[in-house]
Design a protein around this ligand. Structure first.
Ligand SMILES: [Zn+2]
Ligand SMILES: [Zn+2]
Length: 350
């Protein structure tokens, strides 16, 4: 099969690769239909994501069609189109048993049943992938093929919105106008919230947010808070920080109303810190400051439901589309400084 692989940190290889193995008990073999790359893949390539096992086929934003299942797999069948929850908890540790499989205590211990697809075992930058069947969620027929690649990302965004207590009528400021930010904005809107997007420096991203129907503010605007009040008709009840970086986190905390909630979901790597926030802002404002990482099963079901209802449109997030064998070109497009790329979609069949 064709695959993009990382034999060792710092080096890609694209071309023929040994086939994904037949599924063992509890696993399924999936023909990949759509797969996208994101900035996290860059960390994987460069050896900057803790816990990654090389050699590796990366790819953690993908979906496809089940072609074979191993013993004991009953919830998906060959022919099902599926989205993939890429972080699969062991199911047995304390956090997993609390339902917080995204916080599994057995990260990277494959013998425990834990898997992080595209990180600790082969992912979706290939024509086929064999994965734990627990990772797979059937997607109804009316959802377009490309949207399969967004199931995990949408679930991640939805998990952040749910964690912030977003509900009908809430005023929500989403910090970040990349793919994840715009998925969070759409998820919050689908939940009945009034949403504004705070865009960074790239004008193309701001325009994309507007095209999706969101009023926008600019992170660089010195009067950002006033701008949000005018867009939302009041101070935000909830700020969703999906941009990564210190500025977005700080602005999210400083812009939310007293008693409001701030969800920090953008900075998953080491480095960024929150500076310049007086503790009294949090204490006297009685803010709920919450972290959110990845997603977990029940949320994935709801993300699939949003796609099936047509409440979230992923098509505008696909800025480029290439065949998987042209991976190197796709990667250059994605990594070019100042690129207009949002999500570059690789089609393994092309
Ligand atoms: Zn990603
Ligand atoms: Zn666990």
């Amino acid at each position: 099969m064709i695959a993009a692989s990382v034999p060792e940190p710092g080096r890609w290889r694209v071309g023929e690769h040994p086939d994904a193995p037949p599924p063992a008990a509890g696993e399924a073999r999936v023909r990949v239909i759509a797969t996208t790359v994101c900035a996290t893949d860059r960390k994987v390539l460069e050896g900057r994501f803790a816990g990654v096992r090389y050699p590796l086929i990366p790819g953690h934003e993908w979906g496809g069609e089940v072609v074979a299942v191993g013993d004991g797999v009953t919830h998906v069948r060959p022919g099902d189109r599926v989205g993939v929850e890429v972080h699969v908890g062991c199911g047995a540790c304390e956090r997993c048993r609390e339902g917080m499989r995204n916080l599994c205590l057995n990260y990277g211990r494959r013998e425990s049943g834990h898997a992080h697809i595209g990180f600790t075992r082969d992912g979706g930058l290939a024509q086929f992938a064999t994965v734990p069947a627990r990772a797979l969620y059937p997607v109804p027929e009316n959802v377009p093929d490309d949207a399969l690649a967004f199931v995990d990302s949408l679930a991640l965004a939805l998990a952040a919105a749910e964690r912030g207590g977003v509900r009908a009528g809430a005023r929500v400021a989403v910090f970040g106008s990349g793919a994840i930010g715009l998925l969070a904005a759409q998820a919050a809107r689908a939940m009945g919230a009034r949403v504004a997007v705070v865009a960074g420096g790239r004008e193309s991203r701001r325009r994309l947010a507007e095209a999706l129907g969101f009023p926008t503010a600019l992170a660089a605007d010195e009067r950002l808070r006033e701008r949000l009040v005018s867009l939302l008709g009041g101070d935000p009840d909830v700020a969703l920080e999906m941009a990564g970086g210190e500025q977005a986190a700080t602005q999210a905390i400083l812009s939310v109303r007293r008693g409001g909630a701030v969800v920090l979901a953008g900075s998953t790597g080491t480095g960024p810190q929150v500076r310049g926030v007086e503790l009294a802002t949090v204490v006297r404002g009685q803010l709920s400051i919450l972290g959110s990482v990845a997603t977990h099963g029940a949320v994935v079901h709801r993300a699939v439901a949003l796609l099936a209802a047509g409440a979230v449109d992923t098509a505008p997030l696909v800025s480029h589309r290439l065949g998987l064998s042209r991976f190197e070109e796709a990667w250059d497009i994605f990594c070019a400084p100042g690129t207009d790329a949002v999500r570059v979609l690789l089609d393994p069949a092309a």
